[in-house]
Design a protein around this ligand. Structure first.
Ligand SMILES: NC(=O)c1ccc[n+]([C@@H]2O[C@H](COP(=O)([O-])OP(=O)(O)OC[C@H]3O[C@@H](n4cnc5c(N)ncnc54)[C@H](OP(=O)(O)O)[C@@H]3O)[C@@H](O)[C@H]2O)c1
Length: 332
């Protein structure tokens, strides 16, 4: 039984940007299911997060084979909620998955072989109850498999109709340029790159954004709030219900990342944000979206309220030169 009726004015609430040179547009804010959608998480909270996202015009949900815990669980949670609430809206959604990190034991359970990637996408489709994903990513570079094999497999998935578009994640600028070339030669252009990018991690500014901009490839940064550090949440210590305190594993931040040095920067950033009519989380998202080579920014949330809060960034994504300089001097 379908109980969910999405908000009718959802598309008026969101702005959409074209993804590189492609025909497809993404919402300025997209939702990732890396954490908070595992077996250990409350299903009704997961449902509320997805409803809040779609009701606000977020048409893009990002997953991967290993999201959970345990690995695979986020795709299962998504599959259940998709079946119950979102099936009628499949054509309004961009759903992505990835493979690259360890998913099963043995030599075929990670990295970038054709053997691994083909099996992994088949498993992901089954867990999510989908016929195809909109975007399939190679999740991280594989130093031991040729780009011809890995990119050739992405091309194969598109030709088989199991993915509409393909992308890469965490490839550096040189690896990205090489992957783009191979994909172009195969006739399946690279749609998008998913790098880690936040005020605290700016490596993409040293070459990657230029490669993407020059080649008409979109960009969707992940962990734009540095997993919650770039919010008000840790200003008075580490709350019990925070990601840093929950020891979720699989790359989630731990307490030792919440240093005095970081928090003192966040406090200063927050003061500047207030002058802009924002909080630090909203400013951190706007700051990424100021660059038009960025297609969308990929957030995670543990509660629907966080998403509602973050979405308010959209009313101010412009920065003055003085604000940008102040941010740079705070970040040091
Ligand atoms: N390609 C890759 O290798 C890769 C790697 C990592 C992530 N990703 C993708 O990127 C997505 C986002 O990553 P992320 O979850 O690390 O992003 P993030 O947005 O930097 O961090 C999300 C966390 O920040 C806190 N938060 C979010 N909005 C808030 C707000 N308005 N006020 C206060 N706190 C707020 C919440 O922490 P609490 O949970 O503590 O409440 C939330 O869980 C993932 O879901 C995944 O799709 C991709």
């Amino acid at each position: 039984m379908m109980n969910y009726i999405p908000s009718e004015d959802r598309y008026e609430k969101m702005q959409y940007r074209r993804c590189g040179n492609s025909g497809v547009k993404l919402p300025l804010i997209s939702l990732g299911l890396w954490h908070n959608f595992g077996k250990i998480d409350d299903l009704e909270n997961c449902r509320n997060i997805l409803h809040t996202a779609f009701d606000n015009g977020i048409t893009h949900f990002d997953l991967a084979n290993n999201y959970g815990p345990p690995p695979g669980a986020a795709e299962e949670t998504f599959g259940k909620l998709f079946k119950e609430d979102f099936k009628p809206y499949r054509d309004e959604l961009i759903i992505s998955s990835k493979a690259g990190y360890k998913m099963w034991n043995g030599p075929y359970g990670d990295f970038g072989s054709k053997k691994y990637l083909v099996s992994s996408l088949d498993q992901s489709l089954k867990r999510m109850g989908l016929d195809y994903v909109d975007i399939f990513y190679h999740h991280r570079p594989d130093p031991n498999t040729s780009l011809e094999e890995t990119m050739g497999t992405l091309d194969l998935m598109v030709r088989q109709g199991k993915a509409l578009y393909v992308g890469i994640s965490s490839y550096n600028a040189i690896e990205t340029e090489a992957a783009i070339k191979v994909l172009n030669r195969l006739g399946t252009p690279c749609l998008i790159h998913q790098p880690k990018y936040s005020m605290f991690e700016r490596w993409v500014e040293n070459g990657l954004l230029e490669v993407l901009g020059n080649n008409g490839v979109g960009c969707i940064p992940f962990s734009p709030l540095a997993q919650g550090l770039l919010t008000n949440k840790y200003l008075k210590g580490i709350p019990k219900d925070s990601r840093a305190a929950s020891h979720r594993g699989n790359g989630a931040i731990e307490e030792d990342v919440v240093t005095e040095e970081k928090i003192s920067k966040v406090k200063k950033l927050n003061e500047l944000a207030i002058k802009r009519g924002q909080n630090v989380a909203q400013m951190a998202l706007s700051w990424i979206l100021k660059d038009d080579r960025i297609t969308s920014v990929l957030v995670g949330v543990s509660k629907p309220e966080q998403l509602v809060d973050s979405l308010k960034c959209l009313s101010n994504i412009e920065f003055t030169e003085a604000e940008l300089q102040e941010i740079n001097s705070i970040l040091g």
